[in-house]
Write a protein that binds this ligand. Structure first.
Ligand SMILES: Cc1cc2nc3c(=O)[nH]c(=O)nc-3n(C[C@H](O)[C@H](O)[C@H](O)COP(=O)(O)O)c2cc1C
Length: 208
């Protein structure tokens, strides 16, 4: 007779969290302003399959306005060492005037996102917005589709196609691979920043 191995089954409670940022990599999204300068927007809502990368971008911000006008972007993927540069960008929007709902959440207008973040621009190969030199992975991408869900008309689902992937030499292995022992993403975990390790710090909007 087979002996049953009893496993501890955790007890659950039903909760109503305000946010569902359950720990996805941070992206610094570079888009083109109307005057061809570059706006940088921190994001964490994304998934990738093949060369398609889908982003969740709030309406009323500068990123979506820029992508609707000029459908090119760079997805810069920071590592944990850059969390404070990301957080320096967090209270700002490139949108002027700042929409009321953003004002109410503590956002201010800032056009000079490079100056604020302390990061360095470098030219892209094909798309108009530049890349962020300090980010170990930088993906040039074209917007293929923008969809606003009927059930949630406050954000856009933006489908992009990666066309060039740039990576710091130190994290490349066997020509076309990223070495997972050398690379680790910066994770946004319920508004706190983590590497694949201990907590590094938290966002200004964290309530805990
Ligand atoms: C780490 C981090 C992750 C974020 N993730 C998202 C996201 O996935 N989608 C989104 O619309 N906003 C996200 N935000 C908020 C935007 O960064 C914020 O709305 C910002 O004002 C956008 O800048 P922009 O208006 O200049 O585009 C995130 C903020 C931080 C700090």
């Amino acid at each position: 007779m087979r002996t049953k191995k009893w496993k501890h089954v955790p007890v659950t409670e039903t909760i109503q969290p305000k946010i569902l940022y359950y720990g996805t990599p941070v992206i610094l999204l570079n888009t083109c302003n109307e005057d061809e300068t570059v706006n940088i927007s921190p994001l964490s809502s994304s998934w990738a399959l093949g060369n398609t990368i889908v982003l969740g971008i709030g309406l009323g911000g500068k990123a979506i306005e820029n992508l609707e006008r000029h459908p090119e972007c760079v997805l810069n993927i920071p590592d944990p060492s850059l969390w404070e540069n990301v957080e320096r960008l967090a209270p700002y929007t490139g949108k002027d005037p700042v929409p009321n709902f953003k004002k109410d959440n503590g956002f201010k207008y800032e056009k000079e996102k490079y100056a604020v973040s302390g990061l360095t621009p470098c030219p892209s190969k094909e798309v108009k917005p530049n890349r962020i030199a300090e980010c170990p992975i930088q993906i040039e991408a074209i917007v293929k589709n923008i969809q606003i869900p009927e059930y949630a008309p406050f954000f856009a689902i933006v489908e992009t196609q990666a066309i060039h992937v740039h990576a710091h030499k130190e994290i490349i292995m066997n020509e076309n691979h990223i070495n997972p022992n050398k690379w680790s993403p910066l994770l946004y975990n319920f508004r706190h920043y983590f590497g694949i390790s201990d907590e590094l710090g938290k966002s200004f909007r964290s309530e805990i």
